[in-house]
Structure formats: C-alpha cells, structure tokens
Design a protein around this ligand. Structure first.
Ligand code: ZN
Length: 83
C-alpha cells in the first residue's frame, strides 16, 4: 500500500492542473492525529485526499501517523482582521 501511495503521488505531481488549482483557491488540509486525536490544518499538497493516511509529525504529541479528515478552500476574498 505504501509503495502504491507513493506512486500515485508521483503521478499526481505531473498533472499540470494540480499546481494551478492550489494557487487559485489556496486549499487547506485538515489532519487528525492517530495517537492523540487532535486536529491540525496545513496548506493542501498534491496527492492529498480525504481519508488518506499521511506520514506527518503531529505538533501536539510528535506521532507521525495522521489521517486526512477534511480538505476545504480558504476564502481569500474577505479582508482579515476586521469584524
Ligand atoms: Zn498527536
């Protein structure tokens, strides 16, 4: 499974639309740590998809096994800092 996942990521990287999309919409990936179950967000990367396991370090407990639970687009058109 691990080798297949890496192959899929390599193939996705060649898709010219993937990079363009991330620039236009600035998607955010939400991860859940498999160890402490806390949620974290980071900028979306090529190959991310919902319910995909990823090897990334949890900022809370340092565990490197996390699951993507959501991918969403951050609204960039609204000015920040004013309410
Ligand atoms: Zn954790």
């Amino acid at each position: 499974m691990e080798a297949l996942y890496r192959l899929l990521m390599a193939l996705r990287r060649e898709n010219p639309y993937a990079g363009i999309r991330s620039v236009l919409y600035n998607p955010i990936t939400q991860l859940r740590c498999n160890s402490c179950n806390t949620l974290h967000t980071r900028p979306h990367k090529d190959g991310d998809y919902v319910f995909s396991p990823v090897e990334e370090k949890c900022p809370n407990c340092g565990n490197t096994s996390q699951l993507i639970v959501a991918i969403y687009v951050e609204d960039q058109t609204r000015p920040k800092g004013k309410r």
